[in-house]
Design a binder for this molecule. Structure first.
Ligand code: GRF
Length: 208
């Protein structure tokens, strides 16, 4: 059984999708812990209610990023993760932290990377007149919202969309591709070569 640790900062709907699909589909893995940098993250209640251990490492208690990341890594490593999953974790991670989890650290970003790294992706996609939006699951490298792409979902931008309606449509696709990508990882199906990711059996890495 692979051990998965999930980091959240808030609502945790992607974490919920992962916990539910892991149990429902009998992955060769278990969600060993959900860790938040915010004590008030609403996702913590869902995790606790589903028997998943939780931990909080409040970034405000540390003098700098390096000290916070060291404490965070200590809390995470207590659960010996084979995979660390960022699910709406709203902190920039130090290169040392990312290096520590190299090859076993995934993120989901609500855009079709490499377009729109960073914040306010939906607003920026609307302002750019994009006709397609989407989400990307990728391995994490030290550069923000970069790294080898595992899976992408594309959704249409409808006339009259605002940030909220577009975000809702993208989020629904996130809840499909993140569990799929994590399942592939724990099943050992992801092959990373030359900065590119392929599925060992050739499964489609695109959701339209
Ligand atoms: C998602 O849109 C995710 O892509 C982004 O932050 C949001 C988190 O939502 N990184 P949730 O906490 O998983 O509901």
């Amino acid at each position: 059984m692979k051990s998965i640790v999930i980091l959240i900062s808030g609502r945790g709907s992607n974490m919920e999708a992962l916990v539910q699909r892991c149990a429902a589909e009998g992955w060769p893995a278990r969600v060993a812990a959900v860790v938040s940098n915010r004590p008030d993250a609403s996702g913590l209640a869902f995790a606790a209610a589903h028997g998943v251990p939780t931990a909080v490492v409040d970034h405000r208690a540390y003098p700098d990023r390096a000290a916070f990341d060291a404490a965070l890594a200590q809390a995470i490593d207590a659960f010996a993760p084979d995979l660390l999953v960022l699910a709406g974790f709203m902190r920039i991670l130090t290169p040392g932290f990312v290096q520590h989890y190299a090859g076993r650290l995934l993120n989901i970003h609500p855009s079709l990377l490499p377009a729109f790294p960073g914040l306010h992706t939906h607003r920026r996609a609307l302002e750019a007149g994009c006709k397609l939006a989407g989400a990307t699951v990728h391995f994490v490298t030290p550069e923000l919202d970069h790294g080898p792409i595992v899976l992408q979902a594309a959704v249409p931008v409808h006339p009259g969309d605002d940030e909220h309606t577009l975000a809702q449509r993208v989020l629904a696709s996130e809840h499909v591709i993140y569990p799929l990508a994590v399942r592939w990882f724990v099943e050992g199906q992801l092959v990373v070569e030359g900065g590119l990711v392929r599925h060992a059996q050739g499964a489609s890495q695109v959701l339209m």
